[in-house]
Design a binder for this molecule. Sequence first.
Ligand code: PRP
Ligand code: URA
Length: 212
Amino acid sequence: MSSLGKFEVLDHPLIQHKLTIIRDKNCGTREFREVVNEIAELMAYEVSRDMPLEDVQVETPITVTTKKSLAGKKVVIVPILRAGLGMVDGILELIPAAKVGHVGMYRDEETLKPVEYFVKMPENMESREIFVVDPMLATGGSAIMAVDALKKRGAVAIKFVCLVAAPEGVKALRAAHPDIDIFAAALDDKLNENGYIVPGLGDAGDRLFGTK
Ligand code: PRP
Ligand code: URA
């Protein structure tokens, strides 16, 4: 039986400060993009804290010794398109050898239900450490469908990493996938009648890519 995943808000002062910058409606595309990546990089440091290590022998200029090295297969970063793409480069700064899979999904504006349009993953997902990334966890529909798609392909060790989470989305994702860990930079108040997070930061995809 798999163990119960955790929900953690990573509220380091630098993360809080940077999140406030991108919440500002006057933050332009260029700065928004830069700061999203910076936050993702800071979050990756915490999210990777429990990555498994193994003993390896290393020869220093002085002697041979046994020290720790990351064990197992490489990390896979899985952005939920489009907005998740905004977090990939930041995480790659910290884990440059990570592979990147993609899940294409958009939220139908009427029903708020996610529609899947693309999935492309590396091989051997069952033995990899997977970080699903998306700036926004709103109703949770997109995250749930993305994790469904990954589990269908054999993935087991899955962490979901977002910038802003709504309580509704956290509850729904934990109910659908109780085994995965969820990390957010902030837990906001609620969803509004259009399914946007309040106070939130608006439409993350549009703000990242300059669309409307
Ligand atoms: C946004 C966001 C999430 C989703 C969250 O994507 O990036 O993927 O909405 O909402 P949910 O939790 O209610 O499913 P959107 O559908 O706007 O697509 P985009 O990234 O292409 O703009
Ligand atoms: N998707 C977004 O981009 N922002 C929200 O507030 C909710 C869903």
